[in-house]
Design a protein around this ligand. Structure first.
Ligand SMILES: Nc1ncnc2c1ncn2[C@@H]1O[C@H](COP(=O)(O)OP(=O)(O)O)[C@@H](O)[C@H]1O
Ligand SMILES: [Mg+2]
Length: 351
């Protein structure tokens, strides 16, 4: 804001009052002088009038205009003023020019606009979440409905299909159960009501455990899963073991699903700065297109919708992983090249 001595735009109420008082006192003094009043009487009267008008005008400013402004301030903040605000209204606000007050109100408006933007965005996420969710629920439920109706309409007595239809229904029910478990997990993680139960454990052991628990899937695709050469030296971390197990299961399960038949999955473990352990799971599968790579940690996101759908999954796995790793105060990253492979890496504090 420009300030100059002559500018009357930005002057404070006190100066406005003084100026107005002068405008009253000076003509009065001159008039009295020309009406042949003794000069010192004229000066005295005009001084008294000047001071009086200054007092009255200033009083009106304080008690009427600023009372209104104070009211507006209280209204827009919609709260009872705190001690500090009360001091601000009483002492600081009246010293400001109307322009300063306006600037403050504009600042307030900008802040409110930003808050509204965030609310709108959240609303958008909520809508999108519901849309995704109902979409995810639809597919298996409609499938179960179809099989059940067909069975009821007579297929139950057809030995060629009855068992297959029941198996298909059962698979879709499993899919629903998995989805519900994932949703349960993510809502717990997002509400922040999850507490980590930290312990120290050896990372290689856990990786081998998870490879073992996924043995059937790994064999089915004839994948070779192993800990990278040179990464065998035991590394212990401090973390929530069961949650990290879940993270590894999600990442390795993805590596199997989106990996090649007869491919490899390799786990690398590295110490960083004597403080962290970096765990990387690498596959030589389809990879992720650069267009999608920044989005794979989003809820429900699948890079290649159709192909991913073929292998199931809710699209919640990686967002659960991200939540868990971030709850440990660490980060999770991805590197990927289409048709070359994908590496997902995360860090944990070294014991
Ligand atoms: N190792 C991987 N190779 C290729 N694509 C992957 C890999 N891991 C994850 N993705 C992509 O990221 C998406 C999100 O993964 P995720 O959240 O685990 O969901 P889901 O496994 O249920 O599809 C997957 O649908 C897939 O498109
Ligand atoms: Mg997954």
């Amino acid at each position: 804001m420009k300030h100059s001595m002559l500018s009357i735009k930005n002057i404070s109420p006190k100066k406005v009052s003084a100026l107005s008082a002068l405008l009253i006192a000076i003509p009065l003094g001159i008039t009295l002088f020309f009406l042949n009043t003794v000069w010192w009487v004229a000066l005295l009267i005009s001084t008294v009038f000047g001071l009086g008008s200054f007092g009255i005008i200033y009083f009106f400013f304080q008690h009427f205009i600023y009372r209104q402004i104070k009211l507006i301030f209280k209204l827009i903040s919609q709260t009872k003023a705190t001690k500090r605000e009360e001091f601000y209204y009483q002492e600081l606000l009246p010293k400001k020019s109307i322009e300063d007050v306006q600037a403050e109100v504009e600042q307030w408006a900008i802040q409110k606009r930003e808050e509204i933007e965030i609310l709108k965005q959240n609303e958008h996420f909520r809508k999108e979440f519901l849309q995704n969710l109902s979409h995810e629920l639809k597919t298996p439920i409609f499938a179960i409905q179809g099989y059940t109706e067909t069975l009821l309409n007579g297929a139950v007595n057809n030995p060629d299909v009855n068992l297959r239809f029941l198996q298909n229904s059962s698979r879709n029910i499993d899919r629903l159960v998995n989805l519900l478990n994932d949703l349960d997990e993510i809502s717990k993680l997002e509400s922040g009501s999850i507490t980590l139960s930290l312990s120290s454990f050896q990372m290689q052991e856990l990786v081998r455990d998870v490879f073992e628990s996924l043995e059937i899937k790994i064999r089915k695709k004839n994948i070779h899963a192993f800990i990278k050469k040179g990464c065998e030296i035991p590394k212990s971390v401090v973390a929530d073991k069961e949650k990290i197990r879940q993270v590894l299961i999600n990442i390795i399960d993805n590596a199997i699903k989106y990996g090649r038949e007869n491919g490899i999955i390799e786990a690398g473990l590295y110490t960083v700065d004597d403080k962290l352990v970096l765990i990387e799971i690498t596959d030589d599968g389809y990879g992720i297109s650069p267009d999608y790579i920044s989005r794979i940690f989003e809820r429900f996101f699948r890079a290649d919708q159709t192909r991913s759908r073929g292998v199931g999954g809710s699209g919640l796995g990686l967002s659960i992983c991200k939540h868990i790793i971030e709850a440990h105060g660490q980060s999770i990253q991805v590197r990927s090249k289409p048709d070359i492979g994908t590496t997902i890496g995360f860090s944990l504090p070294l014991k």
